[in-house]
Design a protein around this ligand. Structure first.
Ligand SMILES: Nc1ncnc2c1ncn2[C@@H]1O[C@H](COP(=O)(O)OP(=O)(O)O)[C@@H](O)[C@H]1O
Ligand SMILES: [Mg+2]
Length: 376
C-alpha cells in the first residue's frame, strides 16, 4: 500500500470545527508541513460531518467536541456509526484533558488540545490515529474470523454427533427389529418406514455437514488416489437399480476410466446426479449415464426426461437450497443441497459442471473432469 500523505495519495482529512479562527489555524499548520500533502474538507456542523463520511472516502476526522448541533462525547457515536472504520482525533479545550481521555475510551484514536497544536504534532497525531485504527480493524476481523470458526465447530459437532448418533440408534434398532421373525405385516411395514425415514434424515444431515464445511471453511480437502470412474458409475447405478427396481437405466461407458480423484467424493457427486435423474423423471422413462474420454480428462453425462428446469433457474440451480420448481404434491427428498455439493466437488477437482434442460430434449447434467489437477 502506498503511504498516505504523498502526492500520489494525499491524506483526505475531514475537519469538523465551527470556530473560524481555530479552523484557519489548523489548516495553516497543515499547509506549513511540506512533507505531508493533505486534502482538507472543512465543515462546521456534526450533521454535515456525518453526511461527508457516509458519502466520500475520508482517511481521518479531526473533530471539535463543541459544535452548534452537538456537544461533548455525544459527538463521537454518530460519526462512528456512520463510518466505523474512519480514525478519529478529537479537539478539546485547554482545561478539558479529562474529557479528552474519555473521548479515547469512547472510540477516538487520539486527542489534541487546542492552542497547543503545532504542525508536526498534528501530523503525528493523524498518522498515529490512522495506524492505530488499522490495527484495531485488523483485530476486529481476526475476532470475527475466530468466532465464525468457533460457530462452525459447534455446528459441525451438533450435526456430526448430537444428531447423527441418536439417528444411528434408530436406524440400527429398526434394522434389528426387521430381522425378527414373527412380525405381523403392519408391524413390518411400520418398522420399514422408520428405517427409510431415518436413512433419509441421515442423508440430509450429511448434506448439511458438507454445506457447513464448504461454506464456513476452506472448502473440500480432497484425498486423491488412482481410481476408475467406470467402476464407480457401475456401482452407483447398481445401487439405484436395487432401490428403484421398476426403473430402466442405460449405462454407456467408453474410453479410459482411470484418473487421480477422490473416490468417495466422486461417488457422492455421481450418486447425486443420477439420483436426481431418477427422482425428477417419469417412472416409465429411461435414465441414461454416459462417460467418454474428453481432452485431458473425461466427460460424464446424466440424462433424463420429464419436467425441464425453467431457463431462468438454470443459472442459479447450483446455489444452495435452490429448487427448480416448488411442486406441490411432489415428495421432497432433499434440502436442495445436492447440486451445490456436486458443484463444489467438481470444482475442487478442477472440473466443470453444466446443465441443459428443455421440454424437447430433456435434462442433461454434464461433468468434465481433468484426470489430474492442473496444478499437480
Ligand atoms: N435431473 C433433473 N431433472 C430435473 N430437475 C432437476 C434434476 N436435478 C435437479 N433438478 C432440480 O434441481 C433442484 C435442486 O436439486 P438438488 O440440489 O439435488 O436438491 P434436491 O434434490 O434436494 O431438491 C431439484 O429440486 C429439482 O427441482
Ligand atoms: Mg437432489
Amino acid at each position: 500500500m502506498s503511504e498516505i500523505g504523498t502526492d500520489a495519495r494525499p491524506l483526505r482529512l475531514l475537519l469538523v470545527e465551527d470556530n473560524p479562527g481555530d479552523a484557519r489555524l489548523l489548516q495553516e499548520e497543515l499547509r506549513d508541513m511540506p512533507s505531508v500533502r493533505c486534502e482538507v474538507t472543512h465543515v462546521t456542523r456534526l450533521s454535515e460531518a456525518v453526511r461527508v463520511v457516509q458519502g466520500a472516502a475520508v482517511d481521518a476526522v479531526l473533530l471539535d467536541l463543541s459544535l452548534p448541533d452537538g456537544h461533548g462525547l455525544g459527538n463521537i457515536p454518530p460519526l462512528l456509526q456512520a463510518a466505523p472504520a474512519v480514525p478519529l482525533v478529537v479537539l478539546t479545550g485547554t482545561d478539558d484533558e479529562r474529557l479528552a481521555v474519555r473521548a479515547v475510551h469512547e472510540g477516538a484514536q487520539d486527542y489534541l488540545v487546542k492552542g497547543q497544536v503545532s504542525g508536526p504534532l498534528l501530523v503525528r497525531a493523524l498518522r498515529y490515529a490512522i495506524e492505530r485504527k488499522r490495527v484495531e480493524e485488523g483485530l476486529k476481523r481476526e475476532e470475527a474470523a475466530r468466532r465464525t470458526a468457533a460457530f462452525r465447530e459447534q455446528f459441525l459437532g451438533i450435526l456430526g454427533h448430537d444428531l447423527r448418533n441418536p439417528l444411528q440408534a434408530i436406524s440400527g434398532n429398526a434394522a434389528l427389529l426387521l430381522r425378527h421373525a414373527g412380525l405381523s405385516e403392519p408391524q413390518r411395514k411400520a418398522i420399514n418406514r422408520i428405517s427409510i425415514s431415518a436413512d433419509r434424515m441421515a442423508r440430509m444431515i450429511n448434506d448439511l455437514l458438507d454445506f457447513t464445511r464448504t461454506r464456513l471453511g476452506a472448502g473440500y480437502v480432497l484425498e486423491r488416489a488412482r481410481m476408475n470412474l467406470h467402476e464407480v458409475l457401475r456401482q452407483v447405478v447398481e445401487e439405484l437399480e436395487v432401490a428403484h427396481a421398476e426403473r430402466q437405466f442405460e449405462l454407456r461407458l467408453t474410453g479410459n476410466g482411470w484418473g487421480d480423484w477422490d473416490a468417495d467424493r466422486i461417488a457422492q457427486a455421481a450418486s447425486n446426479l443420477v439420483g436426481n435423474a431418477v427422482q425428477y423423471s417419469p417412472e416409465d422413462s429411461v435414465v441414461r449415464v454416459t462417460m467418454a474420454d474428453a481432452e485431458v480428462g473425461v466427460r460424464l453425462e446424466v440424462h433424463n426426461r420429464g419436467l425441464p428446469i425453467p431457463s431462468e433457474r438454470l443459472t442459479t440451480i447450483f446455489d444452495p437450497f435452490m429448487r427448480a420448481q416448488e411442486q406441490r404434491g411432489v415428495k421432497r427428498n432433499g434440502l436442495g443441497l445436492g447440486l451445490y455439493i456436486t458443484h463444489e466437488i467438481v470444482r475442487a477437482h478442477g472440473g466443470t459442471l453444466g446443465v441443459t434442460s428443455t421440454e424437447q430434449d430433456g435434462t442433461l447434467f454434464w461433468v468434465y473432469l481433468p484426470r489430474q489437477y492442473p496444478g499437480d
